[in-house]
Design a protein around this ligand. Structure first.
Ligand SMILES: *Cc1c(COP(=O)(O)O)cnc(C)c1O
Length: 239
């Protein structure tokens, strides 16, 4: 194996062990949690090595970087997740390679994603991104809709062609009542998910947890964790 492949294998094994332990502690089956490796800022060659090591889900947060990487890796058996704030002018590109969009936070984006998916002949699983620190009716600084806006977006998704409401996503807030309390934040997300599933039973994905707090997310019931630096290393630049 190349040095890089050995390094990625070692990091993946550590993350796998953390997910396994968190599942065991929570009385959950390991299969209930899907690992998504966030490959932003890292090259397509790393995505290829990860696929060789058995990774099947990867995520990106900027279309400019993601589009060429996905094209270079189109021969690999990967599911592509888009997890970044999304401008409507990028939607057509994102809809061409992404299978799951985690960052739906406004009706205008639902409309744009629907049109792009229909045009591309694709079906997009969409998660409503929840900003747990946003005031009622507002969006968060890092994207996401306030908790009381989730139902409207899920209804819009299920009314539109080419997209469907697949669940909820959050990033543990840096400010507000949940700052420094990722477990409480993820418990709140799980509550929001339970409420959503009453109206949309198929919207059962709960995307929560990153390198620092994936253990809390698994404990709180996350179905998908998004892990970047713990697998690939500390990013050379912000992304
Ligand atoms: C970068 C990113 C991650 C992964 O973060 P790490 O701390 O590197 O694990 C997860 N989710 C989103 C939305 C991200 O932008």
């Amino acid at each position: 194996m190349t040095d890089r492949k050995t390094e990625l294998a070692r990091n993946l094994a550590r993350v796998e062990e953390r997910i396994f332990s968190a599942c065991a502690a929570a009385g959950r089956e390991r299969e209930e949690v899907t690992l998504i490796v966030v490959t932003k800022t890292y090259p397509a060659s790393d995505v290829r090595l990860l696929a060789e090591l058995g990774v099947r889900h990867v995520a990106e947060n900027r279309d400019q970087d993601a589009a060429p990487k996905a094209a270079e890796c189109s021969d690999l058996p990967l599911t592509w997740h888009f997890v970044g704030q999304l401008q409507t002018n990028k939607v057509r590109s994102v809809a061409s390679y992404a299978d799951v969009v985690h960052s739906v936070d406004r009706v205008r984006l639902v409309t744009a994603l629907s049109a792009a998916a229909v045009r591309a002949g694709r079906q997009l699983d969409c998660l409503v991104q929840v900003a747990l620190d946003a005031e009622s009716g507002n969006r968060g600084e890092r994207g996401g809709v306030s908790p009381d806006g989730v139902a409207e977006l899920a209804a819009a998704l299920d009314a539109a062609e080419g997209v469907r409401a697949a669940g909820v996503m959050t990033v543990a807030p840096l400010a507000g009542p949940f700052a420094g309390r990722p477990r409480a934040a993820f418990d709140r997300l799980k509550e929001i998910s339970t409420g959503l599933r009453a109206a949309h039973p198929a919207a059962n994905m709960v995307s929560a947890g990153m390198s620092a707090d994936l253990d809390d997310a698994v404990a709180a019931g996350a179905t998908h964790v998004r892990v970047g630096s713990a697998v690939l290393g500390v990013r050379p630049r912000l992304g």
